[in-house]
Design a protein around this ligand. Structure first.
Ligand code: GLA
Length: 668
């Protein structure tokens, strides 16, 4: 179990470094991410490097037994760079150049930025590749955070090159984007621009490709650094830190290039349900690279600085959320940052070592958590043996949130999280995967909400899943367009129709609550009567039978949920987006029908259960004490148990396969 945080020694005097290492040992720190924003200190001028201070820090950490995740420091270019090369700066869609003075002020496609980043990384890796303290390379930091897209001339040139590579000819591009519409036909790639500010809606194919391009440019930066590190002979794992469901970067594509998935997560302690969304994020990370552990690279010990209001974490909440990561496959928990800054934009951001020092609750909790993580035996590797797949797809996310749709208020991740929360309340382990990863061997139930853009391979996988015995619950606005964001011949649900036994004639957008017009579509079925939102589609039965019908509103009496036997499996189609209670009821019904067992039954509200191989983690996120029946070896207390008592934010990790597992009778 790795334990530690971002360490920014360049903010402190050398005397403090010595104190830091001593305190890190006290806190049980095993690893720090070093020098993430140290570029200006490492390279005071072009061609001039200063590594002497970093040598001393790394040696000091090594002597103290603290391993180093060495950052390449390329996320915040130093002032000399924009002074000499202002063309590295990014530009917004409106043509505003984003200046320096913050961080991430570089155009990812800028050849000058890339050249200078490459020079820094080359110098760093040549010096430290063989240093025994270095156990991992931390490339850049949170690619795309703050700068979600760049529209500069660098981007323009790179976008044209990217399109040439993708389409080969301008005719193929015209065909893919449907440029016959609105007189957009290009006769040369040199006429194509990033989707900069325009009088009205952009071409959807162009928007989608620009999203792909933006993700690819960031990934190219990562791969450039990764290749430099490997070429220098470094053998340590290489990673960059993700940010959960982060729209600008397609992590499902990026994952294969990460040796370890690492994630930064900042659930809002003011939101009593945010632990479920945090679990969604952990499960997404675990699902990106199945069977391998991941690391929580950043979280906060207490209060943040960047929300409008920044509530502190409650006592023990930080430890509870840390154990949620461990229970869901993480092999380490780290923080931003080790020592709270004295100056700068993040001086109010809590840290492992607070500004107020070691006589604080945060410090006590930090040292306790370090000791607990250090006492854990090796845990089963990342897998959760989930039998439920929640289908999430970055390209579909990009396309479904493009403008000019029947409903332009559909928030893709919010819909996914609503389903996830329903599954989480039922203590069912879930993998969050793209459609291509859904197979009947791996899963019994797949839920695919709003899978608007469906690639041929994804359609094939989902159909084969049903034919092979799986239960597919497809939500509305699914299988509408192909990978170009264009309709296919033959209407909608053209690929999944045979497995679902329905087609769609109209999407039936609903008004927003409080607006004029019908905003809710009640549906009645074996799960009771629940509310649908956003869409109430007109379903045409093509072999399926209705399980639930709309009860009132413009689709009164029409099918709202249908069922179709296909091969050995079952295809369900839901013609509306259920609200929170609706998703809850429907998820319960679908889990029953698919025969999915929870990790534990009968848990009090607010208690979470997660499975990692034979280890069951239970966490009480509520404020009332709870007792949970679970038999096995309590790994933190080192004793056999048949039940565990959890105070507010209490937790237990129980190995249910341990040889000294207590049986309920023996324990009595
Ligand atoms: C991000 C960054 C860190 C820090 C934290 C603050 O995760 O990677 O450098 O800014 O946010 O929460």
């Amino acid at each position: 179990m790795h334990y530690g945080g971002d360490y920014n020694p360049e903010q402190w005097t050398e005397e403090i470094w010595h104190e830091d290492v001593a305190r890190m040992r006290e806190a049980g720190v095993t690893m720090v991410s070093l020098g993430i924003f140290a570029w200006s200190r490492l390279q005071p001028a072009e061609g001039e490097f200063d590594f002497a201070w970093l040598d001393r820090v790394i040696d000091l950490l090594h002597e103290g037994g603290i391993a180093v995740d060495l950052a390449t420091a390329t996320a915040s270019p130093p002032p000399w760079m924009h002074e000499r090369y202002p063309e590295i700066l990014p530009v917004t869609a409106e043509g505003v150049t984003l200046g320096p003075g913050s961080r991430q002020h570089y155009a990812p496609s800028s050849p000058v930025y890339r050249r200078l980043a490459a020079e820094l990384v080359t110098a760093l890796v040549e010096r430290y590749a063989d240093h025994p303290a270095i156990v991992m390379w931390h490339v850049n930091n949170e690619y795309g955070c703050h700068l979600h897209a760049d529209y500069s001339d660098n981007a323009r040139d790179a976008f044209r090159a990217w399109l040439r590579e993708r389409y080969g000819s301008v005719d193929a591009l015209n065909d893919a984007w449907g440029t016959a519409f609105w007189s957009q036909r290009y006769t040369s790639f040199d006429q194509v621009l990033p989707p900069r500010a325009a009088p009205y809606s952009h071409n959807p194919g162009q928007l989608l490709d620009f999203r792909r391009f933006t993700s690819d440019m960031l990934l190219e930066c990562y791969l450039m650094e990764k290749e430099i590190i490997r070429a220098a002979g470094a053998t340590q794992p290489i990673t960059t830190n993700f940010m959960g469901a982060f729209k600008p970067a397609n992590y499902q594509e990026w994952a294969e290039h990460m040796d370890v998935i690492t994630d930064d997560a900042y659930p809002d302690p003011d939101d009593p349900e945010s632990f479920r969304d945090a679990a969604f994020q952990r499960d997404l990370m675990r699902s990106l690279k199945p069977g391998t552990p991941w690391l929580l690279m950043e979280q906060v010990t207490g209060a943040l600085n960047w929300r409008p209001t920044n509530a502190p974490k409650a006592p023990q909440q930080m430890a509870a959320l840390s154990m949620q990561c461990v229970g869901r496959g993480a092999d380490g928990v780290l923080f931003f940052q080790w020592r709270q800054s004295r100056a700068g934009a993040e001086k109010f951001h809590a840290a492992m070592l607070p500004h107020a020092g070691t006589g604080t609750r945060i410090w006590r909790e930090v040292t306790e958590l370090g000791a607990q993580l250090g006492s854990l035996p090796e845990l089963p590797s990342g897998g959760a043996d989930a039998r439920v797949a929640l289908v999430m797809d970055w390209e579909s996310w990009w396309a479904v949130e493009s403008p000019d749709h029947p409903s332009n208020v559909l928030d893709y991740v919010a819909v996914l999280q609503r389903w996830y929360r329903a599954l989480h309340r039922r203590h069912v382990m879930v993998d969050i995967v793209p459609p291509e990863r859904v197979t009947a061997d791996a899963y019994d139930l797949a839920i695919a909400p709003a899978l608007y853009l469906l690639r041929a391979g994804g359609a094939e996988a989902l159909s084969t899943f049903v034919a092979g015995g799986g239960h597919l619950l497809a939500g509305p606005f699914t299988d509408v367009v192909d990978e170009r964001d264009a309709f296919l011949d033959g209407g909608f649900l053209t690929r999944l129709g045979p497995a679902l036994g329905v087609t769609i004639e109209d999407f039936g957008a609903l008004a927003q609550p409080g607006g004029t017009g019908q905003s809710e579509a009640p549906l009645a079925g074996p799960f009771g009567t629940v509310a649908g939102t956003l869409l109430a589609e007109e379903v045409v039965l093509r072999g399926a039978t209705p399980v639930a019908t709309f009860a009132g509103g413009r689709r009164d009496g029409d099918p709202a949920l249908t069922e179709h036997a296909h091969g050995e499996g079952t295809g369900w189609y839901l013609a509306t987006v259920p609200d929170e209670q609706g998703a809850d009821a429907l998820a319960g019904w679908a889990l029953d029908r698919a025969g999915i067992a929870p990790v534990l039954e009968g848990l009090p509200v607010g208690v979470e259960a997660a499975q990692r191989g034979s280890v069951v983690t239970v966490i009480n996120h509520g404020s009332e004490p709870a007792v949970v029946d679970v038999a096995g070896r309590d790994l933190l207390r080192g004793e056999p148990v048949t039940e565990v008592h959890l105070d507010a934010f209490g937790y237990a990790l129980v190995d249910t396969a341990a040889s000294d597992t207590a049986t309920p009778d023996a324990a009595r």
